[in-house]
Design a protein around this ligand. Structure first.
Ligand code: HEM
Length: 405
């Protein structure tokens, strides 16, 4: 079995030790009891393999911000599996290279751009619901949560209408590769999708050169022409934005709708008081984070909350556990959209890799849930949702609902 997005899932899969429990099925349905046990053992749980699991908020925060840690292994450490399954640009680079690449993508997420994107997001959300609400029942994931972020990222990257079907299909394969390849065949499928994406990108780049616009891709193409970005770097950045656009916000919308409908009083309150939406989105991110974990390598001998970590060891940062740490969040298992410090979750990571798309993700989540609660105030689940079988990303694949009578 081949398993390694960041080398991390591979390590977990190979481990006979405690954190291996993280891979098993009951854990995926509900990882929170396992997290609680890990936190009760302390800030860091060591394993026989060269990695620790960071479970408390203090420990996860310290590792993510710490200068002793990086996303790449130190030069003398050999990494198992396909560490570089797909190059995802600056997500997988340490400073100073990280900063150079990130600064080229940053203008796409400026406050001015967010104002432009709002109308696009609203139009997409309304259009999807126009179609979904014509029926007695629909699938919240397939008909709303999935197509919304995909349409937004396609618009943002300037993918023209006639390329959308190909882009969606390729994006689904590349997006789902975050956990690594499950088999040699899966690996092949991912590589083929990446090659197809490069061909599509080449076409888009040629179009932008012929008639530049104000979109993200036009800006990046200008950088390649001026020598600030190589074609290989551009292609990696394109993949990163695609993965981020396809795999994360969909689960903010899905996990959020599920949490709200399971706490019916909260859903009704949001319908009555739409201004609660900003804080509700923060609480959703805290309560059921779309990205559950990320990994870091110690670049030198260091410590985390007083526990020694040797150079070359890997630390698995359990974001979902940090967000339920009772030392930071009172009554952490309670879903409370009025929680005062809900926004102190680590769902967008921390330090230099803090999610570049966080303003866009927040905007999409707010608009989507706001429009949904306004248009379908009596929304209700009609069957048990189906959970996705992934480790890093937490979310649903199917969630049948009805707009209610
Ligand atoms: C990085 C979460 C949406 C773009 C990250 C990281 C996390 C994260 C945890 C850092 C991983 C690490 O530290 O190893 C999320 C969540 C989202 C979301 C929970 C939705 C709810 C988006 C969107 C975009 C985006 C919509 C853009 C289209 C990025 C980029 C990075 C990143 C470019 C790399 C930042 C860097 O390495 O400097 N995201 N993300 N994200 N995210 Fe997001």
């Amino acid at each position: 079995r081949l398993r390694a997005a960041h080398g991390l899932s591979w390590l977990v899969a190979q481990s006979g030790d405690h954190p291996s429990r993280l891979l098993h099925h009951p854990w995926r349905a509900n990882p929170y009891p396992t997290y609680r046990r890990l936190r009760s053992r302390g800030d860091l749980t060591p394993s026989r393999l060269p990695f620790h699991a960071a479970a408390t908020r203090a420990a996860v925060d310290q590792v993510l911000r710490g200068r002793d840690f990086g996303v790449r292994p130190p030069a003398d450490v050999e990494v198992p599996g396909q560490f570089d399954l797909l190059d995802l640009s600056f997500l997988q680079r340490d400073p100073p290279e990280h900063g150079r690449l990130r600064s080229l993508a940053r203008p796409a997420f400026s406050p001015k751009r967010m104002a432009d994107y709002r109308t696009l997001i609203e139009d997409v959300a309304e259009g999807l619901l126009d179609r979904a609400l014509e029926r007695d029942g629909f699938d919240l994931m397939r008909d709303f949560a999935q197509p919304l972020p995909i349409a937004v990222i396609s618009g943002l990257l300037g993918v023209p209408e006639h390329e959308r079907a190909d882009f969606d299909r390729i994006g689904a394969v590349i997006g789902a590769s975050l956990d690594g390849a499950r088999s040699a065949r899966h690996l092949q499928e991912i590589r083929e999708a990446a090659a197809e994406l490069d061909v599509l990108l080449e076409r888009l780049v040629a179009e932008r050169r012929a008639s530049p616009g104000t979109d993200v891709l036009s800006t990046l193409v200008a950088h390649t022409d001026e020598g600030g970005l190589t074609t290989t770097e551009l292609s990696a950045m394109f993949r990163l934005l695609l993965v981020a656009g396809f795999e994360t916000t969909v689960n903010l919308i899905g996990n959020g709708t599920m949490a709200l409908l399971r706490h019916r009083d909260t859903w009704e309150r949001l319908v009555e008081e739409p201004d609660l939406i900003d804080n509700a989105v923060e609480e959703i991110l805290r309560y059921d984070s779309p990205v559950q974990l990320t990994g870091r390598w110690a670049h030198r001998d260091t410590e985390v909350q007083g526990v020694p970590v040797a150079a070359g060891q890997q630390v698995m940062c359990l974001i979902g556990s940090a967000n339920r740490d009772p030392r930071h969040f009172t009554d952490p298992d309670r879903f409370d959209i009025t929680r005062a410090n809900a926004g102190e979750h680590l769902s967008f990571s921390g330090g230099v890799h803090y999610c570049l798309g966080a303003p866009l993700a927040r905007l999409e989540g707010r608009v989507a849930l706001r429009v949904l609660s306004r248009r379908a105030p009596r929304l209700r689940p009609t069957a048990m949702p189906t959970r996705r079988d992934t480790l890093t990303v937490r979310g649903l694949s199917r969630f049948p609902v009805a707009p209610g009578g």
